[in-house]
Design a protein around this ligand. Structure first.
Ligand SMILES: Nc1ncnc2c1ncn2[C@@H]1O[C@H](COP(=O)(O)OP(=O)(O)OP(=O)(O)O)[C@@H](O)[C@H]1O
Ligand SMILES: [Mg+2]
Length: 361
C-alpha cells in the first residue's frame, strides 16, 4: 500500500500541504520546530484516527482555526481508496471513499508503523510506554484492538469510581465481570502478538548486535493460563478488593502489565547498555513490520520521525540496511539528510514554518 497524494489543512502548524509522495522514500528535512513531526502525525492520525502526541484532538487544529482536515488517495492491492478525516467543532469526522463511516469500516486501506525518538527509550522507560508500544503494534494488524482498549479503560474507570464511592460487593461483582471479559480479550491479543513476534525479534537482535547474546521478549501478564483468563482476573480483583477500596483504584490487571525484554537472561531495562537497549528497540520495530508482512501479507507505510539522530552510526547503518530492502513506502524526517543512507528511489522535501517544498535531486 502507498499514499499517492496527501492533502493537509490547518493541522497544527501545517496550513496547507498538498503533494504526491514517492512510492518508496520520502525525505522531509527541516530545522527544529518547522513541522516535521506534525507532518508525520497527520499521516498517523489519518491512518489510525488517533493522534500520537496528545489525547485531545482539539490540539491538532491550527491555532485560531476551527477546522482541520487530512485527505489522501491510497493505492492498496491494485485498488484506489480515499481516506479523509476532519476535525470540526472538536469532533472527528472520518470518511472512506467519500462516505462517512464507522471506525471499524474505515481501517484496512492504510496501515502505518511509526518509529519516533520516544520509542528509542522504550526498553529503559516505564511500563506504560511498553504497553502503548504493544497496543499500537497490535492495532496495526487488528484495528479493533483500540476499541477493546477504550472499552477496558471505561470499565476500569467505572470500577475505580465504585471503589471510591464504597459501592456494594454485589455491584462490584457485576462490573468486574465486564472488566474481566474485555480484559481477557486484551490479554489474548497481546499474548498472540508477543508469541508471533519473538522469533523475528531474536533474529534481528542477533543480526544487529552480532555478539551471540540471546535476546528474549516476554509478556508479564496477570493471568497464567490461556483457558481461564477471565476467571483468573475475577479472582485477582476479588482478592484485592479491600486493598483496592483502601487505595481507591484497581492495582492489577491488563493496565498494569509489562513487556520484559531480556538479554542473556537478564532484564535489559536494568542491565543492558544504552547501545544494546537501542539495538533491542530497533530489532523490535523491524520485527513489527516483518510480522505484518508475514501474517497478513501487508506492507505498511513506515513513518520514521527523526530517529537517525537518536541512533549511533552502526545502529543507523543497520536501520538503513533493513529499509533499503523493505519494499514499501517510507516517510523519514530529519534535521540533517547526511544521516540518511538511502539507495532507493526517493523524493526530497524541505519544510519551513509549516510549508513543504520539493527539492530537486
Ligand atoms: N495546534 C497548533 N497550531 C499551530 N501550531 C502548532 C500547533 N501545535 C503545534 N504547533 C507548532 O508546530 C511547530 C512545529 O512542530 P513539530 O513538532 O512538527 O516540529 P519539528 O519540525 O518536528 O521540530 P523538531 O526538529 O524540534 O522535532 C511548533 O513550533 C509548534 O509550536
Ligand atoms: Mg519533531
Amino acid at each position: 500500500m502507498d499514499i499517492q497524494s496527501l492533502n493537509v489543512r490547518n493541522f497544527r502548524n501545517l496550513r496547507h500541504i498538498d503533494f504526491e509522495p514517492h512510492p518508496r522514500f520520502n525525505i522531509i528535512s527541516g530545522q527544529n520546530g518547522q513541522g516535521k513531526t506534525n507532518l508525520i502525525e497527520s499521516i498517523y492520525w489519518l491512518a489510525t484516527l488517533r493522534p500520537f502526541r496528545t489525547t485531545r484532538i482539539r490540539e491538532l487544529v491550527a491555532w485560531s482555526e476551527d477546522e482541520s482536515s487530512v485527505d489522501a488517495r491510497i493505492r492498496h492491492l491494485g485498488l484506489d481508496h480515499r481516506l479523509s478525516v476532519q476535525i470540526k467543532n472538536g469532533q472527528r469526522l472520518a470518511q472512506r471513499e467519500g462516505k462517512k463511516t464507522r471506525a471499524n469500516q474505515y481501517f484496512g486501506a492504510l496501515s502505518v508503523v511509526l518509529f519516533t525518538p520516544d520509542d528509542v527509550g522504550l526498553v529503559r522507560g516505564a511500563p506504560d510506554g511498553r504497553r502503548r508500544f504493544l497496543d499500537r503494534a497490535i492495532f496495526t494488524g487488528k484495528p479493533t484492538h483500540f476499541d477493546d482498549c477504550v472499552a477496558y479503560r471505561r470499565a476500569l474507570d467505572a470500577r475505580n469510581k465504585l471503589l471510591r464511592d464504597n459501592a456494594s460487593d454485589d455491584l462490584l461483582d457485576v462490573y468486574e465481570q465486564t472488566l474481566a471479559r474485555i480484559g481477557s480479550q486484551i490479554i489474548k491479543s497481546r499474548t498472540s502478538f508477543i508469541k508471533s513476534v519473538n522469533s523475528m525479534f531474536v533474529e534481528n537482535v542477533d543480526a544487529i548486535l552480532g555478539d551471540g547474546a540471546a535476546a528474549e521478549i516476554r509478556y508479564k501478564r496477570s493471568a497464567s493460563t490461556d483457558e481461564s483468563i477471565e476467571d483468573e482476573l475475577i479472582q485477582i480483583w476479588l482478592k484485592d478488593r479491600q486493598r483496592d477500596r483502601d487505595r481507591g483504584f484497581t492495582q492489577k490487571g491488563p493496565h498494569s502489565e509489562d513487556l520484559v525484554v531480556s538479554l542473556s537472561g537478564h532484564n535489559a531495562r536494568n542491565y543492558a547498555s544504552q547501545g544494546q537497549q537501542r539495538a533491542l528497540v530497533l530489532a523490535l520495530k523491524i520485527a513489527e513490520i516483518q510480522l505484518l508482512k508475514k501474517r497478513q501479507d501487508q506492507v505498511p507505510v513506515v513513518l520514521l520521525d527523526d530517529v537517525s539522530s537518536e541512533l549511533d552510526a552502526y545502529r543507523n547503518e543497520r536501520l538503513f540496511h533493513f529499509l533499503n530492502r523493505f519494499e514499501g513506502q517510507v516517510f523519514i524526517t530529519t534535521t540533517d539528510p547526511a544521516y540518511l543512507r538511502i539507495d532507493g528511489d526517493k523524493k526530497q522535501f524541505s519544510i519551513e514554518r509549516g510549508s513543504l517544498s520539493i527539492q530537486e535531486t
